[in-house]
Ligand binder design. Structure first.
Ligand SMILES: Cc1cc2nc3c(=O)[nH]c(=O)nc-3n(C[C@H](O)[C@H](O)[C@H](O)COP(=O)(O)OP(=O)(O)OC[C@H]3O[C@@H](n4cnc5c(N)ncnc54)[C@H](O)[C@@H]3O)c2cc1C
Length: 284
């Protein structure tokens, strides 16, 4: 189908993008890689009157080193994230998970910021941001604010980014010394996760000093597997410990049932995939 007509603006600064959104009112919308938004426009499930294209805003591109963190511009494509040397060195969980997103064509257009702002429960990167303790910089008419990943994902397809705001960049603390793994289960025909598990494990003297585990598609937002994390913290790094802790992966989660998987099956997947992801992250 052909989208409803809209005005198109292509600002070259974050301030101009925010002004264009404010001027367009409720019906203005940001477009990044267009991989999620364009299908919605074509199906007329969304019909904004103004599209604000972030493709010309140089500040939103690329990855930089910022001491104890790396900072990833919102318009950095999935393909750039996968290939970036700073991401590979300091946030390898993100590189590994991003490599599983969709296919090369989508990864060349889709952006890290777009995937987070879209906040699809089946999207892989929100859980990775949550496990990584990332924080998001959001710009609006009143200036810039920083939102922790734990507060960023509000509900199904909803984030803390307001209608006249732009996600500018994402700060990911360096994961030096952590083991990592992203494990997901998906149908053969497409890469969207039925359930996914992002795991980070820091070992010390044969024990698990710290574990961070976040789940994809186990609710309307990504969730931490808190009971599994506390069972792992301070425990010996053994297959038996990990298996026992993974049994609690779905505790407190509220997955949906849909055409592709029932809620009970998703809980089962969360337990199995958590055991695999944590074992791999712990080097077991
Ligand atoms: C065939 C296909 C398969 C896919 N498979 C997967 C998969 O396996 N795993 C996965 O995680 N994802 C998957 N995706 C989604 C993909 O990762 C998209 O790139 C991503 O969800 C949206 O990024 P985008 O840059 O294209 O955003 P767009 O489509 O341009 O925008 C999406 C939404 O985010 C908003 N937005 C975008 N950027 C910003 C910003 N900087 N500030 C404020 N709001 C913003 C837009 O207004 C819009 O509402 C798939 C997509 C397709 C088409």
């Amino acid at each position: 189908m052909i989208p409803a007509s809209f005005e198109y603006v292509r600002p070259d600064s974050v301030d101009d993008a925010v002004s264009a959104l404010a001027a367009g009112g409720e019906d203005a919308k940001v477009i990044a890689g267009g991989q999620s938004l364009i299908p919605l426009l074509r199906l007329r499930l969304a019909y904004p009157s103004v599209l604000v294209d972030l493709g010309g805003v140089g500040e939103l591109q690329g990855v930089r080193d910022d001491g104890d963190a790396i900072v990833i511009g919102a318009m950095t494509t999935h393909d750039e994230v996968v290939k970036n040397a700073l991401v590979a060195a300091h946030a390898p969980l993100l590189a590994a998970a991003t490599a599983t997103v969709a296919d090369p064509a989508v990864r060349h257009r889709g952006t890290f910021g777009g995937a987070l702002a879209h906040a699809d429960p089946a999207g892989d990167l929100p859980a990775v941001a949550l496990a990584s303790g990332a924080s998001m910089v959001v710009a609006g008419a009143g200036g810039r604010r920083t939102v922790d990943a734990a507060d960023f994902f509000v509900d199904y397809l909803q984030t803390a980014v307001g209608p006249a705001e732009v996600l500018v960049e994402v700060r990911v603390p360096k994961q030096d010394g952590w083991g990592y793994h992203y494990e997901k289960f998906h149908r053969t025909a497409q890469a969207w996760a039925l359930v996914g598990v992002a795991a980070l494990v820091r070992r010390s003297n044969g024990s698990i000093a710290e574990a961070r585990v976040a789940l994809t598609n186990m609710g309307s937002t990504p969730v931490r597997a808190a009971a599994t994390e506390s069972a792992l913290t301070g425990a010996d790094a053994s297959a038996g410990t990990v298996a026992a802790a993974a049994e609690h992966a779905a505790d407190g989660a509220n997955p949906t049932s849909d055409l592709h998987a029932g809620a009970d099956y998703r809980r089962h997947l969360a337990r199995v995939l958590t055991r695999r992801a944590v074992s791999a992250a712990a080097g077991l």
